[in-house]
Design a protein around this ligand. Structure first.
Ligand code: CDP
Length: 794
């Protein structure tokens, strides 16, 4: 299964993929045979099935609920309402952002699709049928739908149950220096201002959310199988909320069919499955359907950004500022490190060397589903990158400069790293010009511009869009970053069995990213045992060390580092054992991949397998070295890692219909040291496809009554192979100086970087019509309207 990897001329010596590089994924044999084990595959003896009754309206007082007919329905075992949960003190649960969220409605419905009652029955059909028999009387209220008017005096108050609450304001948060920034704007030659909307989208993983709860009353122990990107953090929160001691809770996240931020939070359905199991004394499964997932689980984005960029007339960017209105829906359930209510949005200065920057974000309640999660991005980096990359393109258009040239002129230079940006981030490493030039070379940028000019002369609409992004991934460090008080660090444990086979246990949870392969590769690189002899265990709190989980591309930067360090610890221990076995001193030994040997006499040495057997054998070990070849570490990252990329998108717009075709897409990514180039390419392909969805097709919209208009895949469109081109990927390698193997994250780079490239290309194509900006998604109707100079249709 080992393939040679092609060396990359642009990366030079720095590209040295880890642990055999481009090997096939260890997990694929079970996936391609349909033998994956997802939550809905879990079947326990005596298991019951739960279904949730959801509100048809967005804002209403709950007058009464009558569950008697549902309870009488054949097969129904129990019906749980908000009143029942009040008695158990479980009607409200803490969110990940220091707010509370109703598990079941007790007083007032606050969004369409909110959880109202839970039916538990012998099978899924009976549970669903019984939902229709529940009589609910709603007193419908005016909903708060438009975030722009949510703070107006007299607007209905969404969260009137909160003491003293008279408006829909959640928080104001800012970063950077307002006074310095304003002073630069006041004297700048050129200022470009634009309202830029990143519309509400949804992570829409292929597998929806679900749980199987199994409460064992004699021991008072709970086993919970659930779709979770963070099993350990969930266990702690379940212990706090339920009162079940943490050591009596086991959370298992088996195979996960995509997370993308959607499976970070704890949804009412998970809690209801647990309550249902406690109440009935039997295991309870709850698995939502597609509409439930789209309408009630965490959305993403929904930022209205007033953005401004200041520059000299010859194109030196001086400053950036923005005011953001953030729609958080009915409960503040975003998943962000506590200190940063707007996530990492303040990386909005992008890849440019500026003099000043300032951003202010205001969070607001509306009658919409809660969430605001990092959909395949590191805590609002996507919104930040979209803002700056649109503004840079608008500036280029205004000063009539080529947009690649403008970027090249303003990049942070390699010698400026580590670079402290104006909002407090220390970028670890980068060579932006190298990546930009490689993407231009791959694209044949000058030829593309020539082709475009010829086509424009013939009335054809071709657009070339560039985006250059810097991400900030790998949260912690724990002193700055926590989620509900849990510091963002991760653990790893490595055990080498006597026969030299290994098992590494990690605290992050794969949702398809290939951790079972790449984490084995890191160990293989460090101690020389081949990846196929190393099992990676994840997703079970009884089997793995504590850690904060997988989101924000943090697995490789944090857990990947933990795995490298635990392997080094084992390697070091192996030296002492080998010395004892060879009856020599540890300092007389030298390491080569897979074995310690005597300096100057390479024929005398011990392989890792021999050392593992020795550790468990009869040789007398030195004091302080115990009889095994195991180790554990918890890694607290000193900083985040800052991957980056240069993307170029070529589109053709049909002047008759407004339809946008992405003809070419060139993506050059730099994620530092690469472990498995094939997996990296897969991550990039997926993220780019996501980007096409967001830029051209997807929108979770609401009508005036707060009805969700994106509640199925008929309305919320998912890009397929038909809508995307053959991706052209390239890479450069700029290792992270502080990561043990120099790796940065890659999982989300393409989702972050691609939407601005596509929108910039569409706007570029529409230049002959005087278009300078359009909001996503660039649907045919919107593009057509832009060509006619008409307002954007919904
Ligand atoms: O946290 P998440 O797994 O979503 O993101 P990631 O850490 O960026 O990793 C995504 C996948 O790409 C994992 O299998 C990584 O080990 C792999 N990867 C890699 O091979 N080389 C890198 N420099 C970064 C990630």
């Amino acid at each position: 299964i080992i393939e040679e990897h092609a060396p990359n001329p642009a990366a030079g010596d720095a590209d040295r993929p880890i642990g055999y590089g481009r090997i096939q994924r260890k997990e694929d044999p079970r996936f391609v045979r349909g033998k994956g084990n997802y939550v809905d595959d879990i079947v326990l003896p005596g298991m019951l099935h739960g279904a949730i009754l959801r509100s048809p309206v967005a804002h209403a007082r709950l007058v009464s609920i009558d569950t008697s007919a549902a309870l009488a329905h054949p097969g129904v075992v129990a019906v749980i309402t908000g009143q029942d949960l009040l008695g158990l003190k479980l009607a409200w649960a803490p969110t990940l952002s220091a707010d509370v969220q109703a598990v079941l409605v007790t007083d007032k419905v606050r969004f369409q699709g909110q959880e109202v009652a839970f039916v538990i029955a012998e099978d899924r059909y009976a549970a669903r049928d019984a939902l229709e028999l529940i009589e609910v009387d709603y007193d419908v209220l005016t909903p708060v739908v438009d975030v722009r008017t949510a703070l107006d005096p007299g607007a209905p108050v969404v969260r009137d149950e909160l003491e003293g609450r008279t408006d829909n304001h959640i928080f104001d948060w800012e970063a950077g220096n307002a006074a310095e920034t304003d002073a630069i704007f006041a004297s700048a030659d050129v200022v470009v201002s634009q309202e830029i909307v990143y519309p509400r989208s949804h992570p829409a993983p292929m597998e929806t959310c679900g749980a199987v709860a199994d409460f064992e009353p004699i021991e008072g122990a709970l086993t919970l199988y659930e779709t979770s990107q963070a099993p350990h953090a969930h266990r702690t929160l379940f212990a706090i909320v339920s009162g079940i001691p943490e050591h009596k809770i086991r959370i298992v996240s088996p195979d996960i069919g995509g997370g993308f931020g959607n499976k970070v939070g704890i949804y009412p359905g998970y809690i209801l499955a647990v309550v249902g199991s406690i109440v009935t004394g039997r295991p309870v499964k709850w698995v939502e359907d597609r509409s439930e997932n789209l309408m009630s689980t965490s959305f993403a984005r929904d930022y209205i950004m007033q953005g401004e960029i200041a520059a000299t007339k010859d194109g030196k960017i001086l400053a950036l500022r923005t005011n953001v209105l953030a729609d958080h829906g009915a409960f503040n359930a975003t998943a962000q490190p506590t200190k940063y209510p707007a996530g990492f949005f303040h990386i909005f200065t992008g890849s440019y060397d500026l003099q000043a920057a300032h951003c202010k974000v205001t969070g607001v309640y509306t009658n919409k589903a809660p969430g605001g999660v990092a959909y395949a991005c590191s805590f609002r980096v996507t919104e930040a990158v979209y803002l700056v990359e649109r503004l840079v393109d608008m500036l280029a258009q205004k000063i009539e400069m080529d947009s690649a040239e403008l970027r090249l002129k303003n990049f942070i230079k390699p010698e400026q790293f580590p670079y402290m940006n104006k909002t407090g981030w220390e970028y670890d490493s980068g060579n932006y010009e190298r990546a930009m030039r490689l993407s231009m070379e791959m694209a044949g940028y000058d030829d593309l511009r020539r082709e475009q000019a010829e086509k424009r002369a013939r009335g054809e609409l071709m657009g070339i869009g560039i985006s250059f992004f810097t991400e900030t991934v790998g949260a912690g460090p724990r002193k700055h970053m926590d989620i509900v008080g849990l510091g963002m660090a991760d653990g790893a444990e490595l055990r080498i069995h006597p026969t030299g086979k290994a098992v590494v246990r990690i605290s992050v949870q794969s949702q398809g990213q290939g951790h079972e392969t790449t984490f084995a590769q890191i160990v293989a690189e460090e101690i020389g045992i081949p990846p196929e002899d190393i099992d990676v265990v994840h997703g079970d709190t009884d089997q793995t060390p504590f850690g904060l989980g997988t989101y924000g591309s943090r697995s490789t930067p944090v857990s990947g580092a933990a795995v490298a360090l635990v392997a080094r610890k084992v390697r070091e221990k192996a030296k002492f054992i080998a010395a004892a076995m060879l009856e020599t001193r540890p300092e007389d030994l030298e390491w080569e991949k897979g074995r310690w040997f005597v300096k100057g006499d390479p024929s005398v040495g011990k392989t890792m397998a021999e050392i593992a057997m020795g550790a468990h054998g009869t040789v007398t070990l030195p004091e302080g070295i115990d009889g095994n070849l195991d180790a554990e570490v918890t890694y607290d990252p000193p900083n985040l890692t800052f991957p980056f990329g240069a993307y170029i998108c070529v589109v053709d717009v049909d002047p008759g219909t407004g339809h946008v075709k992405v003809r070419r897409f060139i993506a050059v990514d730099d994620c530092g040291t690469r472990i498995n180039p094939m997996i990296i390419e897969g991550q990039v392909h997926g993220g780019l496809t996501d980007g096409v969805g967001m830029a051209l097709m997807q929108l979770i919209e609401f009508d005036d009554e707060g009805n969700c208009l994106g509640g199925s895949f008929m309305d919320y469109l998912i890009p397929t192979a038909m809508e995307v081109p053959d991706w052209e990927t390239g890479f450069t390698v700029t290792p992270s100086p502080h990561h043990p193997i120099g790796a940065k994250g890659i999982g989300e780079s393409a989702t972050v970087g691609s939407p601005p490239a596509i929108v910039n290309a569409v706007v570029d194509a529409l230049r002959p019509f005087g278009v300078t900006h359009m909001d996503m998604p660039c649907t045919p109707a919107r593009v057509w309207a832009a060509m006619q100079g008409r307002p954007t249709p919904p």
